[in-house]
Design a protein around this ligand. Structure first.
Ligand code: TPP
Ligand code: MG
Length: 351
């Protein structure tokens, strides 16, 4: 339970130009991300998820807060998420029922059951797919940002990159190109202490990822990634500067991957006490709640109402999704091949 400050202590103003409604909205996205992922993990254990499941437990704060700094809607900013950025996609407008349909390979899911679940996008809402190729979305997003610049559109691209992926060649090439072209691009470097089973000291010899970008003339800052408001503030500043012609900005968020690389990974290579150190007091959601309540910015009962609303929303979406059909086998090839074979010539018709 969170204790309140004495009534005589004046509450500090809410930082970063945010208001109470926005704090509650940020809180809702954080709870929604965690609740939806927990639901997906339960469904995965029941063999109802087709494909893998990559959790963002412990790093939801940076995913949600960074995306929240963008302008959202058709024709606005564009975000390129990674496997641990479900929270960013929810902020951009992805709906829980769509996510559930996608993971359960339902006929009405974003890719209509064709894909092993994370590679789908929605350009209207401004998010690309969670592309697997490490580092490659830096040059792709540099290209998108270049198109904004050439058309004179006041739009910004935001791209995530893992600590491991900053070792790839494309990260360096893409960043250099974006810097030289002074593109409206913000790069979020997620230092979550693991790249599958590789720890940082086996990955790079610098202390901070932000040191890497300075060589390309890209200003880099390092932020406490489990401090929701600090991430929001840093991203908002960088987005604003990028939008106004000041080029690429890099924000390193120090956070922690509390689950394995995916649900099938038992993390046997991770020291147990390390995971515990990043939970509890250091958990991004717990820290945010503590701050909100201690400063009297919102009331506990308002947060409880959000929790209840999210639980109901995820329950209803799960029930609705569970009763939906899988795609018919003959729908597997259209939209994959330009010229799919006729339905009566498909080998699996006879199975
Ligand atoms: C170019 C490339 N090499 C290897 C892989 C296999 N792979 C997928 S995720 C991953 C680890 C990624 O670590 P990091 O970039 O730190 O992201 P995190 O999983 O921690 O979010 C690896 C090695 C890949 N997808 N692409
Ligand atoms: Mg990592």
């Amino acid at each position: 339970m969170v204790s309140r400050t004495a009534p005589s202590t004046p509450a500090p103003a809410i930082p970063a130009g945010l208001g109470r409604a926005q704090l509650l909205e940020l809180y809702r996205f954080l709870v929604l991300t965690r609740t939806l992922e927990e639901r997906l993990a339960a469904l995965y254990r029941q063999s109802k998820v087709i494909g893998g499941l990559y959790r963002s437990l412990g790093q939801e704060g940076e995913a949600v807060a960074s995306a929240y700094a963008l302008e959202r809607g058709p024709g606005r900013d564009v975000l390129s998420p990674l496997i641990r950025n479900l929270g960013s996609m929810l902020v951009m407008g992805a709906q829980p029922i769509e996510i559930l349909r996608q993971y359960m390979a339902k006929a009405d899911g974003p890719t209509r059951g064709r894909e092993m679940n994370v590679h789908f996008n929605d350009l209207e809402r401004g998010y690309l797919g969670q592309i697997s190729h490490l580092g490659d979305m830096i040059p792709v997003m540099a290209g998108i940002a270049l198109s904004f610049k050439l058309r004179g559109e006041p739009r910004v691209g935001l791209v995530y990159v893992g600590d491991g992926a900053t070792s790839t060649g494309t990260f360096h090439e893409g960043l250099n190109f974006a810097a030289v072209q002074r593109l409206p691009l913000v790069v979020i470097g997620e230092y979550n202490h693991w790249a599958y089973s590789t720890p940082p000291d086996k990955q790079f010899a610098v202390k901070d990822l932000a040191e890497k970008t300075k060589g390309y003339g890209v200003p880099g800052v390092t932020v406490d990634g489990n401090d929701v408001l600090a991430v929001y503030e840093a991203t908002q500043l960088a987005v604003d500067r990028a939008r106004h012609g000041h080029g690429v900005h890099f924000i390193e968020v120090k956070t922690y991957r509390r689950k394995g690389h995916a649900e099938h990974d038992d993390q046997h290579y991770v020291p147990r006490d390390e995971i515990e150190r990043w939970a509890g007091e250091n958990d991004p959601l717990d820290r945010f709640v503590r701050r909100l309540v201690q400063h009297d910015w919102v009331e506990l009962r308002e947060l409880e109402a959000v929790d209840q609303g999210v639980r109901t929303e995820v329950d209803q979406a799960t029930d609705a999704c569970a009763s939906e059909p899988l795609p018919p086998p003959e729908s597997a090839l259209p939209h994959v091949y330009l010229d799919p074979p006729a339905a009566d010539r498909l080998w699996f018709r006879s199975l």
